[in-house]
Design a protein around this ligand. Sequence first.
Ligand code: IMP
Ligand code: MG
Length: 189
Amino acid sequence: MGSGPGDGTTQSKPAAKVSVLFDADRIAARVAALAKEIAGGVGGDFLVISILKGSFVFSADLIRAMHGEGMHPQIDFITLSSYGEATESSGHVEITRDVTDRIRGRTIMLVDDILESGRTLAFAKTMLLDRAAGEVKVCVFLDKPNKRKVAIEADFVGFECPDEFVVGYGLDYAHYYRELPYVGILESG
Ligand code: IMP
Ligand code: MG
């Protein structure tokens, strides 16, 4: 979901039911396995760029799992806004807060919560390559492969996600639900 102006902070929490899709234990096991996959696929010195706000929970767990696999990434953050308040992508991506670390010549691991249309990650990857990043890998917690609007795939995927609107573990609806320790499908009513 987007952030910045019109970020919905004066709205009250929408009334809806959340049904669990991936519980906390299943997420923890998958994140540990993902760190092993990354250890086998990305070598040496690299910079993790966590795309805010949605990927902060996943990134925090992932980097600690990376530590368990002997990796020593540096971490930076970028805040991108793509959605506004709707549950459909607007197609427009903006940088609300940029990275501060050096990009030129570096191996970057872009980390996002979910890959849907692909617009957010395609924008971020192109921007980093334009800034002369050496190599850009992509890791997403969730992938909705049927929803792609632009050609981009992740190098590492936590779970394939059904074509439902999901919340929790960092993912929001109107800036709510990020605190849930599980991922659930947001049901209206
Ligand atoms: P994309 O640019 O369409 O690939 O969408 C990426 C962004 O849309 C993600 O980083 C999320 O912030 C948001 N998004 C897409 N699907 C969902 C969802 O099911 N729940 C919450 N946010 C979503
Ligand atoms: Mg997001």
